[in-house]
Design a protein around this ligand. Structure first.
Ligand SMILES: C[S@@+](CC[C@H](N)C(=O)[O-])C[C@H]1O[C@@H](n2cnc3c(N)ncnc32)[C@H](O)[C@@H]1O
Length: 221
């Protein structure tokens, strides 16, 4: 991940600020509701009753734990930032339902065995990873620890928002977004033994983010 962004998340101030993000502004509240709806939709793809264990990485302050817990009885919340993990635990304790574990981890080098979880959920991390090869490494790592399913988000190279930004960049110098192409996701998933079941943009017009659900091929047999 970009060093500066990571330092911010890995601080008390950064964790507090992220916790308020989805409540402060109507746009973020709408995004949060849209994401929850989108996840509900993707969850209908899962084989009902077959999910026992799930990993939420990075969990941030744990906003997606309640919805993830509706499909997986045993959820591990994990993040690089110890401050985020503390926020997540406090947030869940306040709502009366806590995760099975809160574990510090680097999503590019997870200390879990292969296929440890039925489902891995990874939201809003990929677009913060500066190096292209590391974005692919991250995808390989979250598929490695999944036995059946992965749901993850990435900034889509082909999104309208990214294409407009690239056009604007010819006049106003700004860095490119840290994107992936659908083809790269498909090829990396394929090499890990997964297929892309569905891939949905958060918003066709206004967002870079795409939610993709992957399924391990041999989990079908
Ligand atoms: C934008 S937040 C997303 C959190 C959560 N998934 C959500 O959607 O609310 C990004 C999170 O990634 C975490 N993070 C950054 N680099 C990481 C890494 N290499 N491994 C695990 N977590 C990381 C940060 O600490 C932060 O909590």
């Amino acid at each position: 991940m970009d060093e500066k962004i990571l330092r911010r998340y890995n601080s008390q101030e950064g964790a507090d600020s992220y916790q308020g993000k989805f409540e402060r502004h109507w746009r973020e509240r709408t995004n949060n509701r849209t994401e929850q709806r989108l996840l509900q939709k993707l969850f209908t793809r899962l084989s009902p009753g077959n999910i026992e264990t799930a990993l939420d990485i990075p969990c941030g302050y744990g906003r997606l734990f309640p919805i993830l817990h509706t499909v997986a009885p045993h959820v591990v919340e994990s993040d690089y930032s110890e401050f985020m993990l503390q926020s997540a635990r406090r947030y869940h304790e306040a709502s009366g339902s806590v995760a099975a574990q809160y574990v510090q981890n680097d999503a590019l080098d997870l200390h879990f065995e292969d296929r440890s979880f039925d489902l891995v959920l990874s939201v809003r991390l990929c677009h913060h990873i500066r190096d292209h090869e590391e974005r692919l490494q991250y995808l390989r790592e979250i598929t490695r620890v999944s036995r059946c399913w992965v749901i993850f988000t990435y900034a889509d190279h082909a999104s309208l928002k990214n294409r407009l930004r690239e056009i604007r960049r010819r006049v106003y110098p700004k860095r490119s977004k840290w994107t992936l192409k659908a083809k790269e996701v498909k090829e990396t998933a394929d090499a890990a033994g997964f297929e892309v079941v569905e891939s949905i943009p958060l918003s066709r017009l206004f967002s870079l983010h795409r939610y993709s659900i992957l399924r391990r091929r041999e989990s079908l047999s």
